[in-house]
Design a protein around this ligand. Structure first.
Ligand SMILES: Nc1ncnc2c1ncn2[C@@H]1O[C@H](COP(=O)(O)OP(=O)(O)OP(=O)(O)O)[C@@H](O)[C@H]1O
Length: 749
């Protein structure tokens, strides 16, 4: 019955989408309305497709005899009195499904978890919320224990799934926390921070649709691999209006993927870079050492350093961004040059007042303003700059670096030194953003942006056409070929993109992605501990309302410029007006593995406590020491063993940065199916990656290679090892050469 309704709804939305796409012409307003309709039905068709699996997963039997079915979306009975057939998990009335316990049943008599495969029910778990009947398991704080353990013990697929069926009470509190203000979610590895952040996005969009649909939600994750890992969670939650970005994507027009030493990134992340950039801008506002000669119509005018210095001083006092102040500087210099011309041609031979009138002077100024020589000098004295020109120009010159960053040591300046080609790094992005603030709007990149927008429109249009095509009724596909024209026969992506050339008709996420000054309705940051002070400045600009959810773990900070305290990080922006929620239970990491990680955590900071594991697997981690000469062979053997152990599941091999190329080559020579490299496909059965790439991910089995080297590679190496050791859901192994650091729980030392 529910799936019947879902089919009806999907068919209806697809028909309306096709109809809207077939129409063309009309007034600007009609076209605009039509594009709005297309966007709405596109989203609906996507949503109805995304909730197909596990549409209904729960039932609440209430004390008053009512019965509610809980599912991924809300569905009403259109044939009768619009009675609710399925309640959206985000609706307030669905909340007892996640919170009710035998001790506090909230009017619930029985909670049922329903497992389905495709459209068939494959299992039911009933929990009777009655203290006298309840089994005492010692884990009474868990809701839907059987369903939860089934989810946790399932093989990993390389893509994160949603947890709507088994959200736990402490997670539910975070997901449904108020929209306003800054919420920090601190939790150890595997406590569900990422899952909670994504479900919170879905919840907020559902609950505050009006407020958020126009401003959008920004979700920042640590890298592209991670974004791919989580990419299916939101569509499966029937929410598509969230912009997913890495910190390297936050400056429109730039995709920062270049690598650089951690020490360089650390310098770029320091708050002192604000002053360095401001000084770099001032450095581009020149005063010549000698008078500058300007030849205008065979006449030579002289611009002396003092005139330039005074003009610069007056313009600086106006306190405008550099590019916006340029017209003021032009006025000053042109005025001075016009005075010179006037003195020459308007001087009274009898020594009286200048013979030129104000109108003559105005004409002289107008002519000077069009003189190429004058323009060239103005461009040299006060050049209009793009953020890219300013930052690249700074890195490319020892002199500019020395002038702008006298507080840095020579060695630190050399770390910043770089030729102006080869692309941007993620740590450059906040500097570009800061530069854009200091410089003010420069529309010369408008063309680039227009082209990017058009590209996005084409991609969007292709998506719409795919959806329209994919949702064509089966009956239609059975008709004889050629007899029925589909929307895609009538309309190409190019034409559809042309129809929405006006920015008004882009989706909120697309418009936000192209606009540096966009103010998001809510900003969510995952692995927030990794962001530098400069990156926080950028994000705070994107969130003037300070409605934010920041999830992370200060014990896992790998970046040298990253956070070690939330208070310190947030103080400059919200003082102490932020709220903290802590997640304390690790759903990913079994107790046997957490014991190993706990030793490393104690070395990071003895006052930190690891999260409590929700389960044991009975499988102890292994620790193998081998000779250097046989290392690669032993690693390959270990990978084979682990792959056989996990069957359908996934194996992650986490290696030190310095070994990733060599070991990647050695392993793939024997096992070509192993995925390696920056864009390693996570759905492969075995993936070999560095700690930075593994951040936020998980595998059924993990082999950590040369832990001592991981520790030695960075001042935050212990944090990195902690991250590496906590990626496994079932099995952990450590392979090393030396004796090195020993951990009691590995049975060594
Ligand atoms: N309530 C839940 N029901 C089922 N699975 C859950 C639940 N909470 C968390 N998980 C699972 O536990 C695993 C860890 O979750 P997640 O990646 O969100 O943790 P995390 O806190 O972000 O970890 P890390 O800090 O290590 O990146 C995921 O597979 C997630 O689906």
């Amino acid at each position: 019955m529910l799936y019947g309704r879902l089919d009806d709804l999907r068919e209806q939305a697809a028909d309306r989408l096709s109809e809207a796409l077939r129409n063309s012409g009309g007034t600007q307003q009609e076209r605009s309305q039509r594009e709005g309709t297309v966007a709405m039905y596109t989203e609906q068709v996507e949503q109805f497709g995304a909730v197909e699996n596990g549409l209904c997963f729960g039932r609440l039997d209430l004390d008053n005899g009512e019965r509610h079915y809980i599912g991924r979306i809300g569905i009403f009975d259109h044939s009768g009195d619009y009675a609710p057939l399925l309640m959206d998990w985000r609706a307030p009335a669905a909340r007892p499904f996640y919170l009710a316990t035998a001790a506090a049943p909230q009017g619930v008599r029985c909670r049922r978890h329903i497992r389905t495969r495709h459209r068939t029910v494959t299992g039911l778990d009933d929990e009777v919320l009655d203290l006298t009947l309840a089994r005492h398991t010692g884990r009474e704080e868990l809701t839907g224990e059987a369903a939860l353990f089934a989810a946790l013990n399932a093989s990993r697929t390389g893509r994160m799934g949603d947890i709507v069926e088994t959200i736990q009470a402490e997670q539910d509190r975070v997901i449904r926390s108020d929209l306003a203000g800054v919420l920090v979610v601190q939790g150890g590895p595997g406590t569900g921070k990422t899952a909670v952040a994504l479900h919170r996005a879905a919840y907020l969009l559902y609950t505050h649709r009006q407020a958020l649909s126009t401003r959008g939600v920004l979700l920042v994750g640590p890298n592209e691999t991670f974004l791919r890992y989580i990419s299916q969670v939101l569509p499966a939650l029937a929410e598509t209006g969230v912009l997913l970005c890495t910190p390297g994507d936050l400056f429109p027009g730039v995709t920062a993927r270049r690598a650089e030493p951690a020490e360089t990134a650390e310098i770029k992340g320091r708050p002192e870079m604000v002053e360095v950039l401001a000084a770099a801008v001032r450095d581009r506002q020149r005063v010549p050492d000698e008078p500058v000669e300007i030849v205008v119509e065979r006449d030579t005018l002289l611009l002396d350093p003092q005139t330039c210095a005074e003009a610069r001083e007056r313009v600086r006092r106006a306190d405008k961004p550099h590019n916006l102040a340029r017209p003021l500087f032009d006025l000053e210099i042109i005025h001075a040059l016009a005075q010179q011309v006037a003195e020459r041609i308007g001087a009274d031979p009898l020594g009286g007042e200048n013979l030129l009138e104000e109108a003559d002077l105005a004409e002289i100024r107008r002519e000077l303003r069009e003189e190429p020589e004058v323009l060239a000098v103005l461009d040299w004295l006060w050049p209009v700059l793009s953020p890219q020109q300013l930052v690249a120009g700074l890195y490319a010159s020892d002199d500019r670096l020395a002038t702008a960053a006298p507080e840095l040591t020579e060695e630190e300046r050399q770390l910043l030194r770089r030729e102006p080609w080869g692309g941007w790094t993620p740590a450059d992005v906040p500097l570009l953003d800061e530069a854009a603030e200091l410089l003010g709007a420069d529309n010369r990149d408008g063309q680039v942006r227009a082209e990017q927008l058009r590209q996005q429109q084409i991609e969007y249009a292709e998506g719409v056409l795919d959806i329209a095509e994919g949702s064509r009724s089966i009956d239609l596909e059975d008709e004889e070929e050629g007899e029925i024209l589909s929307v895609t026969d009538l309309l190409g992506a190019d034409t559809l993109a042309d129809r929405q050339e006006d920015g008004e008709r882009l989706t909120t996420a697309q418009r936000a992605a192209a606009d540096r000054t966009w103010a998001f309705g809510h900003v969510i940051v995952d692995e927030a501990q990794e962001l530098s002070p400069m990156a926080w400045r950028l994000l705070m600009r994107r969130s003037p309302s300070r409605s934010m959810t920041l999830v992370g773990d200060v014990a896992q900070t790998g970046a040298l410029a990253g956070a070690s305290s939330w208070q310190q990080t947030l103080e400059p922006y919200v003082d102490d007006r932020w709220r903290l929620e802590e997640l304390t239970v690790s759903y990913r990491t079994p107790a046997e593995i957490m014991a190993v990680a706990a030793d490393v955590l104690a070395e990071i900071d003895p006052s930190l406590t690891p999260p409590r594991s929700v389960r044991n697997t009975g499988v102890e981690p292994w620790d193998l020491r081998v000779e250097q000469a046989e290392f690669a062979g032993q690693l390959i053997a270990a990978v084979r063993r682990e792959a056989a152990q996990v069957g359908e599941g996934r194996v992650g091999v986490i290696v030190p940065d310095g070994l990733v190329d060599d070991l990647g080559r050695a392993v793939t020579a024997e096992l070509p199916e192993v995925a390696v490299g920056e864009h390693a496909e996570l759905t492969s059965q075995v993936v070999l990656l560095t700690v930075a790439q593994a951040k936020g991910l998980e595998f059924d089995s993990v082999v950590v290679v040369e832990p001592d080297r991981i520790v030695a590679e960075s001042p935050r190496g212990r944090n990195d090892l902690y991250v590496a050791l906590t990626r496994a859901t079932q099995r952990l192994g450590v392979l090393r050469t030396g004796l090195g650091v020993r951990y009691a729980s590995l049975g060594v030392g």
